[in-house]
Design a protein around this ligand. Structure first.
Ligand SMILES: [Zn+2]
Length: 372
């Protein structure tokens, strides 16, 4: 064998359908997902230098900038670039420079527990409180982080990874927290509570997460949640009575009318939609040139995939917040692209800058909002 492939790594996911010489035919491992989805991540070890081919057809498996590649066992990642990709066959080539090299490849740039730990290790003592929200079904500690006092006049709940593989959303969540911690005076009257990995097991196990059976974490809000993380989030929200509940997602893999923009998912009732539009306007003003937002990209409720049919299995967090919390918080769902933001290449640094803009927009939003 000139190449060995395996997925025994954090967030690993691959099915090797066949392998011959320097060509591997691969597929994402769907596990308990009820529909086709696109998440994969694997390690390749090369015994000879040369060109290797990885083919996923007929699965859509190539992001807008090609796969992400890591030469340092997942610590840092780069987009391989579209020159290495053939979108017609959902394949990419990799030129291995020397015998004995190891590379990790992923459909997106991952954000896992180790990334979160690197971030939280950099936080100055006293700037934030790290705690355990609950235990996952597989007994992993589910991380949460808070900034400020719970009795502060303005309270924000932040989450990502209701869908396990939506990694760019967590870079944005990290950027939000960085902005708040670096400007404590601007946020002195705020309490921030963040859960970076709602589907904790799915993130670390490398599950698709999306459309998990019988329903995924983003369809679990209501009177009888089946996931311990969702139950713990509902308890926190009822206890803390947050004013703003911001749930970060990533869209589908590439292309289409909405998958390469930052866009808000339209909601109901009308007051909640008005608030969402106001937040979107503020974000457009705050967003930096390397992570712009255009309100025209938002997806109104009742259009595209954002219809009642998409929510028959259950409610996502923001919809639940907008309709089931008696103190009328503002629930907002937003989609952060994986690799392209319109014509820009989107990388973790862009997503972090976008998160910073979200924090500034949230501050203005809650400061100007009349008591409800
Ligand atoms: Zn999602």
């Amino acid at each position: 064998m000139t190449m060995t492939i395996d997925d025994a790594l954090p967030g690993g996911n691959i099915i090797v359908q066949s392998q011959s010489g320097r060509v591997a035919i691969l597929a994402p491992d769907l596990r308990d997902t009820s529909s086709k989805w696109f998440y994969w991540k694997f390690r390749a070890r090369f015994s000879e230098p040369g060109r290797y081919v990885f083919r996923f057809a007929p699965w859509p498996a190539m992001g807008a900038r090609g796969p992400a590649v890591s030469a340092d066992q997942g610590r840092t990642w780069q987009w391989l670039g579209t020159d290495a990709v053939d979108f017609a066959t959902e394949s990419f080539t990799y030129d291995c420079p020397a015998a004995g090299e190891e590379r990790w490849f992923c459909v997106c740039i991952p954000y896992l527990q180790t990334d979160w730990e690197r971030f939280t290790a950099s936080i100055p003592t006293g700037a934030a409180t790290m705690a355990e929200l609950c235990r996952s079904r597989q007994n992993r500690p589910v991380e949460c982080l808070s900034i400020g006092h719970p009795d502060a006049t303005r309270r924000i709940f932040l989450s990502s990874r209701h869908h396990a593989q939506e990694s760019m959303a967590t870079f944005t969540l990290e950027g939000f927290l960085r902005e708040v911690m670096e400007h404590p005076d601007d946020f002195a009257d705020f309490f921030i509570f963040a859960v970076p990995f709602i589907d904790k097991d799915g993130v670390e196990n490398g599950d698709q997460g999306k459309n998990r059976q019988p329903h995924d974490h983003a369809r679990d809000y209501g009177s009888k949640p089946i996931y311990p993380e969702v139950k713990a989030v509902i308890d926190q929200i009822n206890q803390r009575r947050f004013d703003l509940i911001l749930d970060l997602h990533c869209p589908w893999l590439r292309g289409g009318p909405t998958n390469e923009t930052v866009f808000f998912v339209g909601t109901y009732p009308p007051e909640a939609q008005q608030g969402l539009e106001e937040f979107s306007r503020l974000l457009a003003e705050e967003a930096p040139p390397d992570a712009p937002h255009f309100p025209a990209d938002n997806l109104p409720y009742g259009t595209g995939w954002n219809t009642a049919e998409n929510y028959t299995q259950g409610m996502p967090l923001p919809f639940w917040a907008n309709n089931c919390c008696d103190w009328k918080p503002q629930g907002i769902s937003v989609e952060i692209p994986f690799a392209n933001l319109r014509e820009l290449t989107f990388r973790p640094a862009n997503a972090i800058n976008l998160g910073r803009a979200f924090a500034r927009a949230a501050r203005r939003f809650l400061r100007q909002q009349r008591p409800r």
